[in-house]
Design a protein around this ligand. Structure first.
Ligand code: CP3
Length: 346
């Protein structure tokens, strides 16, 4: 039997597909009753992520319910600080908390072993790959160096989740060498982590730069563009061959430059990216995005209208349909199904 290339891989290879492949950021999570039931069995969120059976089950839940074209492995971008020796924990409803930043020496020493330290994520990937239909794509991921650094540097300052990561950004000005050293440790560890994920079964890798927003162009260059270039180059050097997708969230003004200068295979766009800019990026590389997650909560005609606008603007491809950010916990299941039907994926 001849196996055809999964739809999402076709799009990432630059092909125009009969309909856009579709998956949703944070498709596994609190909007699903089966997720909440599973989550209640884990002592805490990090243990949940590091339990291969539970993480594989959380990954598969939205696949069974919706039949998305891609599964994203259930994990978190904040596992890497743990592998570098920094304590991370989640407190009820408050988001992540991080302990004291390890020394640069300790982080650099641990960095090459990050894949090994997080090998349970690899076990989750292998478990999912074994049960995933061959027409579907399995996505592995990591946080981008700057985004993970903002959490690591905020540490006990407890500014996490608020504002524009002001504490970390101020630090990038006042302590550029320290920030560069943290970024280097993150580049090295993340490259090894991505390689391990590919070896375990990931077919695409995504780099989440959730805090690319609000950076002046010099900082965009030193904190986002160059670290992404280095990360992709290092991952390739270590043997990563699968497509790598970059998601510089909130930086539509830099999107074309990012697409041109950064060696990622595709660019994920966020909610606020104008359709026109998306079209221009699409001339350079395949794109992914960017339905407003709020519309998924609202539903109705407004939701259909925007799905149609996106189809009209980007439908000639190459394009992967997604949200501009993650699914919110209070999204009705019927609205997710409405989108899938509208684009002919269900
Ligand atoms: O997309 C998926 O379904 C795969 C799993 C996934 C999670 N986090 C699970 C998760 C992915 C890809 C992430 C990425 C992630 N984690 C990002 C980048 C994307 C983005 O949203 O910008 C960031 C910044 C984080 C860090 C993080 N993890 C925060 C700030 C929080 C708390 C706030 C929140 O949304 O709950 C988390 C927790 C988290 N990660 C949850 C899930 C399902 C919720 C925790 C729970 O269910 O108890």
């Amino acid at each position: 039997m001849v196996m055809s290339t999964p739809l999402m891989i076709q799009a990432l290879q630059g092909q125009t597909t009969s309909r856009p492949p579709v998956w949703f950021m944070r498709q596994a999570g609190r909007h699903l009753p089966e997720y909440r039931e599973l989550r209640a069995k884990a002592p805490d969120f990090i243990s949940f992520c590091l339990n291969p059976e539970m993480a594989a089950e959380a990954t598969m839940q939205p696949m069974r319910r919706y039949g998305f074209d891609a599964a994203i492995i259930f994990a978190d971008i904040l596992l890497i600080p743990g592998a570098l020796g920094q304590k991370v924990w989640f407190e009820g409803g408050e988001g992540p908390r991080l302990g004291a930043l390890p020394s640069v020496e300790e982080m650099l020493e641990k960095a090459p072993h990050a894949g090994e330290a997080l090998k349970t994520v690899g076990e989750s990937l292998s478990l999912v790959r074994a049960q995933l239909d061959p027409s579907k794509t399995l996505i592995g991921f990591a946080g981008a160096p700057w985004t993970v650094a903002t959490y690591m540097l905020d540490g006990e300052a407890r500014t996490i989740g608020k504002g524009e990561r002001a504490a970390a950004r101020a630090y990038a000005y006042s302590e550029p060498q320290k920030v560069a050293a943290v970024l280097d440790a993150l580049i090295e560890s993340t490259a090894h982590y991505l390689k391990m994920q590919q070896d375990a079964g990931a077919m695409v890798l995504k780099i989440f730069e959730s805090w690319a927003e609000g950076l002046p162009d010099d900082l965009f260059e030193t904190l986002v563009l160059r670290p992404h270039q280095k990360l992709v180059a290092r991952a390739r050097e270590l043997g990563v061959t699968v497509p790598i997708m970059g998601f510089p969230r909130g930086s539509a003004v830099h999107a074309e430059r990012y697409a041109r200068e950064c060696d990622v295979d595709a660019v994920a766009l966020d909610t606020a990216c104008p359709l026109e800019i998306g079209k221009r990026v699409q001339q350079i590389k395949p794109i992914q995005g960017a339905l407003d997650p709020l519309l998924l909560r609202v539903g109705g005609e407004q939701l259909d209208r925007r799905v149609d606008q996106l189809m009209e603007a980007w439908g000639n491809g190459p394009w992967v349909f997604n949200l501009g950010h993650g699914v919110m916990p209070d999204v009705p299941i019927a609205h997710v199904e409405q989108v899938l039907k509208r684009i002919g994926a269900q």
